[in-house]
Design a protein around this ligand. Structure first.
Ligand code: SF4
Ligand code: SF4
Ligand code: SF4
Length: 337
């Protein structure tokens, strides 16, 4: 049987994590449930199953925290062997020198590590882990030294760290990091509990992106990408030409289809809804199922007559799934403000 081509998969290796970020969008994080321990052999089996069903362009290893998997390098090797580009999305606190060397030897293309502030107290207030700031700073510096084009800092912009953006970017630049993801706080998971504290009002959000834009303009050797769709009625990206804004789509070739270590398939990493399981039917069949796709065809009522709909698509509607249980409402950030 021909394998389905999927350009981007986020593979969640575990639900567990050694941090407890206030903004963590993982839908299973609500601060109450004990999380299952990593299951390396199930993760390996699921990866094998995936790669027998699909040809994957880029596989991003995520979680939870992927470095909690003792066989993470074996997983990278298996994916590389099948021709995948592999990225690692980690909080950096467990990225030892030898772990990083191994990733580099195996041809990992990119490693993303959140650095939320130049002020350790702000970073650690957001991550919930004392000592995490220094570890993230060290890890990012080491990744940048070894993989100059593959080091990405992730700056999740919240109301708490927005005022310090210029200093944070200065720190990131001083570490030799050339790639920065600037993602606005997107409601979901632990972020639901801390929504009021973290959500940016329109003025602060625009100022935050203006600060990024000002920095980007004078640092042409660095790249800035915003990967969370924001409703255009909240913020238009036009005034920020040095930041690349990406837009997702219901077309699975243009979004990060997500697979868990136990085989569940979801629309993207923010979406909580399970579309099917690859142990029950092939991922290609799940993603092309008309019933599954019907779930994503609704137009939010407030957007129905909006001339911006085709560009904006109602913002991040996986966030709507987390908050309202449906993809058919516009991004909840419009209601929180
Ligand atoms: S955001 Fe990442 S590092 Fe933070 S708790 Fe969630 S999975 Fe862990
Ligand atoms: S499509 Fe909806 S969310 Fe987007 S700009 Fe229009 S009204 Fe706002
Ligand atoms: S629905 Fe939201 S989280 Fe999912 S791909 Fe689109 S913007 Fe990203």
């Amino acid at each position: 049987m021909a394998r389905t081509r999927i350009d981007n998969i986020v593979f969640e290796l575990t639900q567990a994590c050694n941090q407890c970020c206030r903004f963590c969008y993982n839908y299973w994080r609500d601060g109450s449930t004990p999380l299952p321990a990593p299951d390396p052999s199930l993760a390996r089996k699921t990866l094998r199953r995936l790669l027998s069903q699909a040809s994957v362009g880029t596989l991003s290893l995520s979680g939870g925290e992927p470095m909690l998997l003792k066989n993470v390098h074996d997983l990278v090797l298996s994916a590389r062997f099948k021709g995948c580009q592999v990225n690692v999305l980690t909080n950096g606190t467990l990225l030892t020198e030898s772990a990083l060397d191994n990733f580099h030897s195996l041809g990992v293309g990119a490693i993303q590590i959140p650095l939320l502030s130049a002020d350790a107290r702000v970073h650690e207030h957001l991550t919930g882990l004392p000592g995490s700031w220094q570890k993230a700073v060290d890890a990012l510096g080491r990744v940048a030294a070894l993989m100059p084009n593959g080091a990405y800092a992730v700056l999740v912009i919240t109301a708490l760290n927005a005022p310090g953006i210029p200093e944070t970017l200065k720190l990131i630049g001083s570490l030799g990091v050339k790639g920065v993801m600037v993602n606005r706080f997107n409601i979901g998971g632990m972020g639901l509990l801390h929504c009021k504290e973290l959500t940016l009002d329109s003025k602060t959000l625009k100022q935050a992106f203006a600060d990024v834009e000002a920095f980007a303009k004078v640092h042409p050797d660095m790249r800035f990408v915003s990967g969370v769709c924001t409703p255009l009625c909240l913020m238009d990206p036009k005034p920020y030409p040095h930041i690349k804004f990406t837009w997702c789509s219901t077309d699975f070739s243009r979004r990060p289809v997500t697979l868990t270590y136990s085989g569940d398939v979801r629309f993207c990493n923010h979406s909580p809804y399970v579309l099917g399981n690859i142990y029950e039917r092939p991922i290609g069949e799940i993603l092309s199922d008309p019933e599954v796709n019907a779930r994503y065809s609704g137009v939010p009522e407030r957007c129905a007559d909006c001339p911006l709909l085709s560009r904006c698509n109602g913002g991040c509607r996986a966030a709507s799934e987390q908050v309202y249980g449906t993809f058919s409402q516009a991004d909840p950030v419009l209601e929180v403000l």
